[in-house]
Design a protein around this ligand. Sequence first.
Ligand code: CA
Length: 225
Amino acid sequence: MTDLLLVEDDGQLRRILSQRLTRRGFHVIQAASVNEAKSKFSQTHIGLVILDLGLPDYDGSEFITWVRHTESTPVVVLSARRSQLDKVNALNAGADDFLTKPFGFEELVARIHATLRRSGAATSPLTFQSGGLVIDPQHLKCQREDIEIHFTPIEWKILELLLSAQGRLVSYEELVSRVWASSAKDRRAAIRVHIANIRTKLEEDAAHPQFVLAVPGLGYQFDQS
Ligand code: CA
């Protein structure tokens, strides 16, 4: 089941859309502002975003830019703005499709399916397998030699970010902004604590990690080699 994040400040429209999309087999997570959207996006694996542009705190395009900073999650814009410039700006920010209000519900569903098809497997976080170790962030499952390893939601989020980076360095700033949806506070110390906990659970020897590697002063990377 695909998790949709529906970002819309019109409460009535949000509830109706949410109900109808749920009946079509989607799991809908709702947000009424950009800040709430960031928070919800950081807490779970979102398969597709439906985004209004006129939101109370920031313009919806701010959220697209924020998502595109690290993720390829498809974004379908749903907006009353109909000027060509608004569409061009949203698409340039990284939106995958743009639907003008008022819209037909069937068209929205068709566009969601088309966008998901185009984005393909790129939207799924990677399952990692090495020797007897299997990490499946999408289903929150991790096993080593058939023994279940349990992570907290924050630990899962960190692991998922590291895995979806496919070996690329993930900086402290990026981890903090994705895990807590904020960059205001320096949470490097907290990240270190979570990384230490993940290593204790995941690595055979946490003092000499094989998978979750530190890049001193910068961040972490997941060694998939
Ligand atoms: Ca609005």
